[in-house]
Design a protein around this ligand. Structure first.
Ligand code: FAD
Length: 220
């Protein structure tokens, strides 16, 4: 949507087709059905074609064609793929993943099966009530790192350990260069995640910019 906004500003929007492909069946399943419908509508309004259940198998022709697992393919001037997501080899080699794709941890402390060894961020698997892991997001990597550090410090100092990992997080969703929505919530609530979609606004974009600036200055 930022690209569409950019192409409009530069006056070439009518010459640019944008297609979004995802192996999932909706734009952002973790945010719930209402958010998915809202996002699908936002893309449609901007002439962005959304293709669910479409997993890329291979990028061909020097990055100008995508082949999908169902045998179809699409040519484009630019294909922007997200590489296959997998944990670093060192975790598997250390035996921390116990043959699983991601490293299982105690959801309250993020400690692995090896006492005193913590796995934070994308590497770990923190199950939600639905059985699926909490989303792999920078915001969790950050808060999990903070918690692991506090637990280690409390053990060294013999002080009270910090409260359990709350699984709270927020991700911004830019609709343009001036408007941003967000998805926020508590992902470890019993039953199912308690996640809210916050519609796009100019103040949302300002909050996004503040968040980015805090990250760059290590203030998060
Ligand atoms: C396209 C895309 C968009 C995203 N958008 C968002 C977003 O809007 N909001 C959000 O919150 N999150 C977003 N994320 C997710 C976010 O980037 C990740 O969740 C976050 O970077 C995970 O942090 P991490 O430290 O766990 O892992 P990483 O950032 O992957 O860091 C792991 C590091 O370990 C290094 N490493 C690996 N093996 C070794 C080794 N043997 N020795 C030394 N170093 C090693 C790697 O090189 C890497 O630098 C996005 C991800 C992608 C791919």
């Amino acid at each position: 949507m930022i690209l569409r906004w950019h192409f409009k500003r530069t006056g070439i929007s009518k010459d640019v087709d944008i297609h979004v492909f995802t192996p999932e069946d909706a734009p952002l399943p973790v945010a719930g059905q209402a958010a998915c419908e809202e996002l699908a509508l936002a893309m449609a309004k901007r002439g962005i074609s959304f293709h669910p259940k479409a997993a890329v198998k291979e990028v061909l022709k020097d990055g100008c064609s995508a082949a999908f697992t169902d045998g179809s393919s699409m040519d484009a001037d630019i294909v922007i793929p997200i590489p296959a997501h997998r944990p670093a080899a060192i975790a598997a080699e250390a035996g921390l993943a116990a043959g699983k794709p991601w490293v299982p941890v105690n959801p309250a402390t993020l400690e692995t099966s090896a006492p005193g060894v913590f796995a934070i961020g994308d590497l770990n698997m923190v199950p939600m009530a639905t059985g699926r892991p909490i989303p792999k997001a920078g915001v969790f990597a950050s808060t999990e790192g903070d918690l692991a550090a506090r637990i280690i410090a409390s053990r060294l100092l013999g002080t009270e350990p910090p409260p359990a990992f709350p699984g709270e997080g927020l991700c911004y969703l830019a609709y343009s260069g001036t408007q941003s929505g967000s998805v926020s919530g508590r992902f470890l609530t019993p039953g199912k995640p308690d996640v809210r979609f916050n519609p796009p606004s100019a103040s949302g974009m300002r909050a996004k910019e503040r968040f980015e600036s805090d990250w760059r200055r290590f203030r998060i």
